[in-house]
Write a protein that binds this ligand. Structure first.
Ligand SMILES: [Zn+2]
Length: 169
């Protein structure tokens, strides 16, 4: 938080590299789940913005939750979007968990660089030595460019695969 969609950039790049072994939908769902606590804090005016959700232990629990709930939600989403028109897409559990954990852990890492109140190692200690590792501007650029690079890679790889076996669409 405060800008959840910016986390999607690195996710698109990971999707381009891992292709079918990674679910961008579950990754995205994990970003939303991770920022539910800060959203609630903003709405209720509480003090501690990021709190337990933005720790590695919190990210582990929320990662498990995102995988368990995201698998079915994504399958439903793909059906509604018409992607799974011919045959229903079944996301295997290993892909669901991998995508959710990459999502929740990368979220803590990126947010700990950006927000001074994030305590990623809580309750072991309250330090955050990643804070300020990159400026907010560089972080935003990194997320944006990795998304653009990922999209270009994703479509080029798919185009190459399809042009090599035109029968297999
Ligand atoms: Zn966040």
């Amino acid at each position: 938080m405060p800008f959840t969609p910016i986390h999607m950039g690195p996710g698109i790049l990971i999707k381009a590299i891992l292709q079918g072994s990674f679910s961008l939908m579950i990754f995205g769902w994990a970003q939303i789940v991770m920022d539910l606590q800060p959203l609630l804090v903003i709405l209720t005016g509480e003090v501690h913005l990021h709190g337990f959700s933005h720790t590695y232990i919190g990210a582990t629990l929320l990662g498990i939750f995102s995988a368990l709930s995201g698998k079915h939600l994504s399958e439903l989403g793909l059906k509604i979007l018409g992607v799974a028109k011919e045959k229903p897409i079944n996301i295997v559990w290993s892909v669901a968990f991998l995508s959710a954990f990459i999502g929740s852990y990368s979220h803590v890492l990126l947010d700990s660089m950006m927000h001074v109140d994030v305590e990623p190692y809580y309750p072991l200690n309250t330090s955050n030595h990643f804070y300020g590792f990159l400026s907010i501007e560089s972080l935003h650029k990194l997320c944006l460019y990795s998304g653009l690079l990922g999209a270009a890679l994703y479509y080029s790889i798919n185009w190459l695969v399809q042009s090599k076996n035109p029968a297999k669409k």
